[in-house]
Design a protein around this ligand. Structure first.
Ligand code: ATP
Ligand code: MG
Length: 408
C-alpha cells in the first residue's frame, strides 16, 4: 500500500532544500546584522495561547487536539504569541529592547492552493520593549532589506490600525468589522454597520482606506493624532525605504494596536502577501507586564517561490576505486579535508559504471584511487574540462582551492 502525504503538506527534495537553505541564510545574516538573535519555541502549545487574542480567523484554522491526559493543545499557527509567552516566562528581566528572530514551521487548516499550505514556514522578528516610531522603522527596514537582497519584486504598504479602530469606536463588534476590512468584504461591512445602526461611518471607512497620504487621511478624519506616523514616514523616506501609506490595512490578527504593514510580491497570483507585521501589546495578556512590541512574519515559502538567490556549492568529486574500498575511503577522507565533497562507490561497480554515475550526478571531478597512490599521488580528472593530471596528496588543498566558492 502506498501512503500519500497529508493534504496541504510538501516533501522537499535536495535541489529544493538547497534553495530554501540559501534563502534562509540571507534572511538570517541580515537579521543578525541588525542585532537580532535566533529563538525557538515548541511546535505545540496550550490551545489557549492562540485563542486569547489571535482573532477568529486564525482560531478557525487551528490544528487543535487533546493529548493522552486530556490537555487541550494546538500546533502553532504563528510565532508571535509563542515568542511573547516565552518572553513573559523567561526573559522579562533581560536588558531591553530584546531583538529575536525565528524561522519555524506553522500549521493552519486552510484550503490548500498555490502559495497556501497546511504546513508552511515563517521567518519573523520581534523587537520587544519600545513604543517609539524608531522601533517600527527598524523592523520595517529589516523586512525591506531582506526582500530587496533576495531580489523580490514587491510593494510595501504602511498604515496604523488605530485610525480605523477610532472610526469604529462605537461599533461593538469592532474585531469582526476589522476582519471584514482586512478581507475587503465591503458588502459584509456595510451589513454589519447597518445592523449596529452605524451605517453613516461606512463612507468614512472607505475614504480612509483610499487616502493616499497623511494629509488626505487628516481631511477625512481630523480627530486622530498623526504625529507618530509622520515621524515614522519621515525616517522611512530618509532611509530610502519605498512605501505606500495605506490606512485601510486591518490585519487578520486581532492583537495589533498601532502601526501595521504588509508587503505584496509580484508573481504569486492571489496569495501575494509575503510579509505582515506591526506593533502590538500581548505580554500583559499572557501574565506579564504590559510591554510594547513590534514584529513581522515573512511567508518563507512564498518568498522562496519568487526570489532569486545565489546557491553556493562546494565542488563534488567521485572517488573511482579499483576494487580496494579501503583505499577509496582513505582518498575520500583526504579530499574532504581538502575542502571538497567526496563520494565513494558503495555498489561494487566497475570503473566505467563509476564514471557514468559521476556524470549522472554532475560531479566536478573524478579522483582515481589507483597505483599512483604508491608514489603519494592521485590522478584527478576535471569533468568539466576533461583535463587530467597527477596531483601530490600534499598539494590537494592547493589544487582545489581555485575551485572553492566559485559557485555553480
Ligand atoms: P493570508 O491573508 O495570505 O492568509 P495572513 O494574514 O493569514 O495571510 P499572517 O498570519 O500575517 O498571514 O502570516 C504572515 C505571512 O505568512 C503571510 O503574509 C503569508 O506570506 C504567510 N502565510 C500565511 N498563511 C500561509 C499559508 N497557509 N501557507 C503559506 N504561507 C502562509
Ligand atoms: Mg490567513
Amino acid at each position: 500500500m502506498k501512503i500519500e502525504r497529508p493534504r496541504g503538506t510538501r516533501d522537499f527534495l535536495p535541489d529544493e532544500m538547497e534553495r530554501r537553505r540559501a534563502v534562509e541564510r540571507v534572511m538570517r545574516e541580515i537579521a543578525e546584522s541588525f542585532g537580532y538573535r535566533e529563538v525557538s519555541t515548541p511546535t505545540f502549545e496550550h490551545l489557549e495561547l492562540f485563542t486569547l487574542k489571535s482573532g477568529q480567523g486564525i482560531v478557525e484554522e487551528i490544528y487543535a487536539f487533546r493529548d493522552k491526559s486530556g490537555r487541550e493543545l494546538a500546533l502553532r499557527p504563528e510565532l508571535t504569541a509563542p515568542v511573547m509567552r516565552m518572553f513573559v516566562n523567561e526573559c522579562s528581566v533581560m536588558p531591553r529592547p530584546l531583538r529575536f528572530y525565528y524561522l519555524s514551521n506553522c500549521f493552519r487548516y486552510e484550503r490548500p492552493q498555490k502559495g497556501r499550505y497546511r504546513e508552511f514556514w515563517q521567518f519573523g522578528v520581534e523587537l520587544i520593549g519600545s513604543d517609539r516610531p524608531e522601533s517600527d522603522a527598524e523592523v520595517i527596514m529589516l523586512a525591506y532589506r531582506i526582500l530587496k537582497s533576495l531580489n523580490v519584486n514587491f510593494k510595501l504598504h504602511v498604515g496604523h490600525v488605530g485610525l480605523l479602530r477610532d472610526v469604529l469606536s462605537d461599533v461593538s463588534e469592532k474585531d469582526r468589522a476589522m476582519r471584514l476590512i482586512d478581507k475587503k468584504d465591503w458588502e459584509g461591512l456595510r451589513a454589519l454597520l447597518k445592523e449596529e445602526g452605524q451605517a453613516d461611518i461606512f463612507d468614512t471607512v472607505i475614504e480612509i482606506s483610499e487616502a493616499s497620504d497623511v494629509e488626505k487621511a487628516r481631511e477625512v478624519y481630523p480627530d486622530f493624532d498623526y504625529s507618530y506616523l509622520e515621524v515614522l514616514f519621515g525616517i522611512l523616506e530618509e532611509m530610502d525605504v519605498r512605501f505606500v501609506p495605506d490606512f485601510g490595512i486591518a490585519r487578520g490578527l486581532d492583537y495589533y494596536t498601532g502601526v501595521v504593514f504588509e508587503m505584496y510580491a509580484e508573481g504569486l497570483g492571489a496569495q501575494k502577501q509575503v510579509c505582515g507585521g506591526g506593533s502590538y501589546r500581548l505580554s500583559g495578556l499572557f501574565g506579564g507586564e504590559d510591554v510594547p512590541s513590534t514584529g513581522f512574519a515573512i511567508g518563507f515559502d512564498r518568498v522562496v517561490q519568487v526570489c532569486s538567490v545565489e546557491i553556493l556549492r562546494k565542488p563534488k568529486a567521485v572517488v573511482v576505486g579499483f576494487g580496494d574500498s579501503i583505499r577509496a575511503f582513505r582518498v575520500a577522507e583526504m579530499l574532504r579535508s581538502a575542502g571538497i565533497h567526496a563520494i565513494v562507490d558503495v555498489m561494487g561497480r566497475n570503473v566505467k559504471k563509476q564514471l557514468s554515475y559521476a556524470d549522472s550526478i554532475k560531479a566536478d571531478f573524478a579522483v582515481f584511487a589507483g597505483d599512483e597512490l604508491e608514489r603519494g599521488q592521485v590522478r584527478i580528472k576535471n569533468l568539466r574540462t576533461q583535463e587530467q593530471e597527477d596531483v601530490s596528496l600534499k598539494d590537494l588543498r592547493g589544487y582545489f582551492s581555485g575551485f572553492l566558492n566559485s559557485g555553480s
